[in-house]
Design a protein around this ligand. Structure first.
Ligand code: GLU
Length: 595
C-alpha cells in the first residue's frame, strides 16, 4: 500500500514537472496579493496604490535604504504595475524632507514642451472646440519626459543606492508579472479603442486585441528588458541616446495600424529636447496652518499655492457643525481656484504672485467675500493679490478657466528610520497617457501637454520649452520642526481639493488620519455644481443644499496615500475602497489595524 502511494506521488510529481508553470497560463485565475489600508509600526513606512510596489519599498527600507531610495524603487515598480498612470514616459514632482539638513526640497520632473517654434500659443487651438481627445491621441500631446531624470537626481543627491539597485524590483515585477485586477481590466477596457489603433500598444497591453482577463498574470518582458538596459547603460541612453531616438521616432510618427479610426497627429519633440532636459531643484511653497508648517509644490504646479490659499481662507472662519465646515471648505476652494486659473502658469514664462497668494492678508480679503449662510454664484471672479504683491507684472487673466485634465496618476509616500520623508506624485496624465507605446520598450508616453489651456486668456498657454500647469500636490507637513505628515493623491485638478480636504480634516478638525482619508469627498473648483461622491451627498447634501450648493455625483475622487510620523513609529494609510484599495506597509508592524 505504502509503495502504491509512493508511486502515485512520483507520477503526480512527474506530471506536475512536465506541465507549464502555472503562471505561464494567461487563463489561469490567480488571487490578488493582500492589501492593507492601514499599517502601524516602526523602522520606516510606505504607502502606495499597489501591494507589489509597497513591498518593494519596504524591502529597500528593511535593508537600510533611506526614504528616497525606497521612493525610487516604488516608483519604478509602479511603472510596471500601474503602467497607465506612471512610468519613464511621464513626469512628476517629488518633495523630500531631509532629516540631516532639516529642510524640505523639491524635484520638479515635469514634462516640458519641445523647444520648437511650431509649439506656439495656437498649437492646440484647433482642438479647443470639443477636440480635446484628438489632442490627447497624438504625438503633439507628448511632453519631454522627466520621470527618469527625477529618479536619477533624487538618488544622486539624497539617495544611498544606485539606479541599477533601484530598478531591480521593477525588473522583477515586469518579468514575473502581476495579477490583473478589476481596476487594471477596466482601465484597459476604457482605453480599448485607442490602444487597438497603435500597434505597439496593442502588442504590449492587449491579449489578442482584447482586455487581459481579471485574475490572469500580466507580464511586460519589454519593460523588464528596457529597465535592465537602463540599469546597464545609464540615463544617457534615454536622454539623448538610442532609446531617446526611439522615443522621438515614436512621437514624430505614431505607430498606428493601417487606416486608424483617428488621425494621430505627429509631435515635434526631437533628440535635442531629450538631451537638454533637466529637472529643476526648487524651493517648496510654505504656509502655516493651525500651527503646522505645510510645504507644497510650487510652479509649474498650482498645487502648493492653491492648497495653501484654501487652508489660509479656512483658517479665517469658524463653524459649529459639519455643514458649516463644508460650506466654508467649498467656498474657499472655489475662490482659490478662481485665483489659480488667473495667475498660475510656468513661472519661467509668466509672473506668478506666489508670496502674495499665500499671504494671510490676501486670504482675509477672499474670506470676506464668502457669505457664511449662502453659496456664492459661480464662477466667482479672481481676487487681486497684486495689491499685496505691489508688482506691475502681476496682471490677472480674469476670464481664465480650468484646463481640461484627466483624473489619473499615482501618489506614493515613504518614510525611513533616519527621519526622512518623501511625498511623490507621478503621472502620464490620462489613464493610458497618449496611448502611444514606444515599440518593444513596454512603456507608454504621456499626454501631459494637454494640461496647457488650449485658448486664452490664461497664464497657462503653450509655448516652446514651457511646462504645463499641474495640479499635483505632494505635501509634507512639519509639526514643531519635526516631520509629521506626507500626503498626496491623483485626480487631475481634484487633487488640490482632495489634499486640502484631508489636511483640513486632519490638522484643522483633529480627525484621525485613517478617517480623514476615508471621509467622503467633494470638490468645488469654481463651477456651478459641487462634484461629490454619493456618500458625501448622502451625509452632507441636505444641509449644503439649504445653503444653495448644488451637486453632481461622481463615483469616487482621488486615491490618497499618506504617512503620519508618531512619537514611536509610523501610521501609514492608503484607500480602503477607492480605485480598488491601496496598500500601506511598515518595516516592523506593531499590530494589524482593521477597520
Ligand atoms: N496631469 C495632471 C496634473 O499634472 C495630473 C493627472 C491626474 O492626476 O489626472 O495635474
Amino acid at each position: 500500500m505504502r509503495r502504491l502511494l509512493l508511486v502515485c506521488c512520483l507520477v503526480i510529481a512527474m506530471v506536475a514537472a512536465l506541465m507549464p508553470a502555472a503562471t505561464a497560463n494567461p487563463h489561469r485565475k490567480h488571487r490578488e496579493p493582500r492589501k492593507d489600508p492601514v499599517a502601524i509600526g516602526r523602522g520606516g513606512a510606505v504607502s502606495t496604490v499597489d501591494p507589489t510596489a509597497t513591498a518593494a519599498g519596504i524591502k529597500v527600507l528593511r535593508r537600510g535604504g533611506n526614504a528616497v531610495d525606497a521612493a525610487v524603487a516604488v516608483a519604478a515598480t509602479l511603472g510596471v504595475t500601474e503602467p497607465y498612470s506612471a512610468g519613464i514616459g511621464g513626469g512628476g514632482f517629488m518633495l523630500v524632507y531631509l532629516a540631516e539638513s532639516d529642510e524640505v526640497v523639491v524635484i520638479d520632473g515635469r514634462e516640458e514642451a519641445p523647444d520648437d517654434h511650431r509649439f506656439d500659443l495656437d498649437v492646440f487651438a484647433e482642438f479647443a472646440d470639443g477636440g480635446f481627445f484628438d489632442a490627447v491621441n497624438s504625438g503633439l500631446s507628448v511632453g519631454v519626459p522627466g520621470t527618469l531624470a527625477t529618479w536619477v537626481d533624487a538618488l544622486e543627491r539624497y539617495g544611498t543606492i544606485s539606479l541599477r539597485q533601484a530598478l531591480r524590483p521593477g525588473i522583477r515585477a515586469a518579468r514575473r508579472g502581476f495579477i490583473v485586477d478589476e481596476t487594471f481590466a477596466s482601465q484597459t477596457e476604457g482605453n480599448l479603442e485607442r490602444f487597438r489603433q497603435i500597434t505597439s500598444t496593442a502588442d504590449t497591453f492587449l491579449v489578442d486585441g482584447e482586455v487581459p482577463e481579471v485574475g490572469s498574470r500580466f507580464r511586460n518582458r519589454d519593460l523588464a528588458r528596457t529597465y535592465r538596459q537602463l540599469a546597464r547603460r545609464g540615463p544617457e541612453w534615454f536622454y539623448g541616446g538610442e532609446l531617446g531616438e526611439e522615443v522621438v521616432e515614436t512621437v514624430q510618427d505614431p505607430p498606428t495600424v493601417a487606416n486608424p479610426a483617428e488621425e494621430w497627429q505627429p509631435g515635434f519633440m526631437d533628440i535635442f529636447d531629450l538631451a537638454d532636459y533637466e529637472v529643476q531643484n526648487l524651493e517648496p511653497t510654505q504656509m502655516e496652518y493651525q500651527g503646522y508648517d505645510v510645504f507644497g509644490m510650487p510652479s509649474p504646479s498650482s498645487g502648493g499655492i492653491t492648497v495653501g490659499e484654501t487652508l489660509n481662507i479656512i483658517e479665517d472662519g469658524t463653524w459649529s457643525d459639519p455643514t458649516g465646515f463644508y460650506h466654508l471648505f467649498l467656498e474657499s476652494t472655489a475662490h482659490a481656484f478662481a485665483d489659480r486659473n488667473a495667475y498660475i502658469g510656468d513661472d519661467r514664462y509668466v509672473y506668478v504672485p506666489q508670496e502674495a497668494m499665500l499671504s494671510e492678508e490676501f486670504a482675509a480679503e477672499r474670506f470676506a467675500q464668502i457669505d457664511p449662510n449662502a453659496a456664492s454664484d459661480k464662477p466667482v471672479a479672481p481676487g487681486n493679490p497684486c495689491d499685496e504683491d505691489g508688482s506691475t507684472f502681476c496682471v490677472p487673466d480674469p476670464a481664465a478657466v480650468d484646463a481640461a485634465e484627466g483624473a489619473n496618476t499615482t501618489h506614493l509616500v515613504t518614510a525611513d528610520r533616519y527621519g526622512n520623508m518623501v511625498s511623490y506624485t507621478l503621472t502620464i496624465e490620462q489613464t493610458g497617457g497618449s496611448a502611444i507605446t514606444v515599440p518593444d520598450r513596454g512603456f507608454l508616453l504621456n499626454n501631459e501637454l494637454t494640461d496647457f489651456n488650449f485658448t486664452g486668456p490664461s497664464p497657462n498657454l503653450p509655448a516652446p520649452g514651457k511646462r504645463p500647469r499641474s495640479s499635483m500636490s505632494p505635501t509634507i507637513v512639519l509639526d514643531d520642526g519635526e516631520p509629521f505628515l506626507a500626503v498626496g493623491t491623483p485626480g487631475g485638478s481634484t487633487i488640490i481639493t482632495t489634499v486640502a480636504q484631508v489636511l483640513a480634516n486632519r490638522l484643522g478638525r483633529d480627525v484621525p488620519l485613517p478617517d480623514a482619508v476615508e471621509e467622503p469627498r467633494a470638490t468645488q473648483r469654481n463651477t456651478t455644481d459641487v462634484v461629490a461622491e454619493p456618500a458625501f451627498i448622502e451625509q452632507y447634501g441636505d444641509g449644503l443644499t439649504e445653503l444653495g450648493h448644488t451637486f453632481e455625483e461622481r463615483d469616487e475622487l482621488g486615491a490618497v496615500t499618506a504617512i503620519e510620523r508618531r512619537r514611536r513609529g509610523f501610521l501609514a494609510v492608503a484607500e480602503a475602497v477607492r480605485r480598488g484599495g491601496g496598500d500601506a506597509g511598515v518595516v516592523r508592524p506593531r499590530h494589524r489595524h482593521r477597520r
